[in-house]
Design a protein around this ligand. Sequence first.
Ligand SMILES: Nc1ncnc2c1ncn2[C@@H]1O[C@H](COP(=O)(O)OP(=O)(O)O)[C@@H](O)[C@H]1O
Ligand SMILES: O=C(CO)[C@@H](O)[C@H](O)COP(=O)(O)O
Length: 497
Amino acid sequence: MKLKVTAVDEQLRVTYEENVHFDTDLPEFRTQGGVYVHSDRLTVTSPVLMWVKALDVILEKMKSSGFNFAQVKALSGAGQQHGSVYWKEGAHHILKNLSPDLPLHQSLKACFSVSDSPIWMDSSTASQCFSLEKTVGGAQQLANITGSRAYERFTGNQIAKIYSQNPEVYIQTERITLVSSFAASLFLGDYAPIDYSDGSGMNLLQICDKRWSMTCLNACAPGLEEKLGHTVPSSSVLGSIAPYYIQRYGFSPDCKVVAFTGDNPASLAGMRLEEGDIAISLGTSDTLFLWIQEPMPATEGHILCNPVDSRAYMALLCFKNGSLMRERIRDDCASGSWDEFSKALTSTVTGNNGNLGFYFDVMEITPEAVGIHRFNKDNKKVPDFPKEVEIRALIEGQFMAKRIHAEKLGYKIMPKTRILATGGASHNKEILQVLADVFNTPVYTIDTANSACLGCAYRAIHGLVAETSVSLADVVKLAPAPRLVVTPAAEADETSL
Ligand SMILES: Nc1ncnc2c1ncn2[C@@H]1O[C@H](COP(=O)(O)OP(=O)(O)O)[C@@H](O)[C@H]1O
Ligand SMILES: O=C(CO)[C@@H](O)[C@H](O)COP(=O)(O)O
């Protein structure tokens, strides 16, 4: 886990990149992967001062490498979703009066009422989730309001846990920010509002009218509205950079701070998704981001407000049985070789003659299911398939599940739909051919190393003109286009996949 910075010029060329690795650059915090996993194995936190110090370190690194801060016209940022930061009474005054002679972590060391921030990997709030769903009338009802059923990592449930376990700490807290709005606050020298898109990962925001749900707030903790502040469109200019950065690093007083957002919304911007597009990351786990016009929240997957167009939405779907599942079948059926695996895909037909499988070696997130389930053309459960059939059944089954779950959330394939594939398995053309056939849509690949960071640079430029109705797509049209890799085979259209 790292703090990263990317700078782009007016032609959208990346001119500067730097990072700070939490474990190795800040060993004094003794994190592993940037986090502490507590002894109950459920609670996962990160020290908030480590994040502050990481900002000091990266700014100093930039200064020593001669980075020209004065040229920065606008900045934005992203943070891991769902994590929260608790500012102690009196912190606002300190934040507004930062001394340019001191690093941030020294000025802010007494500003946090919770020193270890709960983060997205935490799963210790089952009872709070149960109670929130009960208050609003069930999981689907909560999803209808906030875009997701109750999730343990979602911020409202984390706040409810802090309030129930340490009410005095909650009372001493004057402001609660997300990781994203916390980082924006550091640059603004003032509390930054939460943006609509990252705010949708809290189980607290009504995704339709973008207001806090008073029922959800009251179910989590008293007086929460005041501690959260108001929300803003993700492309809002929050203000100018704080005097601290002008005096200490030479930023221009005109440098604007554009609302920060979550890492997944920022990746959507970095991949330049447009209406109808799907981004599929085929990494260790498989993740889908979808641009959605008319959302239908479900009890699987998340609907978030769209970070680049506040009238639209994005959906996020996570599948745990991604590449590791594919690797296991590759080892069992293709002698551990991706080439042999790919040959099996080319030697079998689209639709697999009606043979179909669902493969979950580990408990899946979407849907909550485990085990290997194979069905033949008569819809009868069978114990095994020939090797080639098994490989095609796995890949078609994985992509069909993605399409079905996407459509359940309101996703509609349009004539201009593109699939943008990334991650390890996107190097495999035969796998991408199956993807194109299942969605009946062309598949492009895109280099997304650092897509969240790049997305924030794009969003910063967009923020400067967003109020004049210029779209992000217009602003970033000079950036390199995704590469077309495969188009659907003609017969895929007629196969009842
Ligand atoms: N040619 C290939 N075909 C299919 N999968 C591949 C291929 N090459 C690499 N992979 C898979 O990509 C995965 C790693 O993807 P990557 O996006 O780097 O992961 P991470 O989620 O860790 O960022 C590995 O688990 C590997 O199985
Ligand atoms: O919990 C989620 C999305 O709901 C995560 O995707 C977090 O947003 C953290 O992301 P990474 O650290 O894996 O980028």
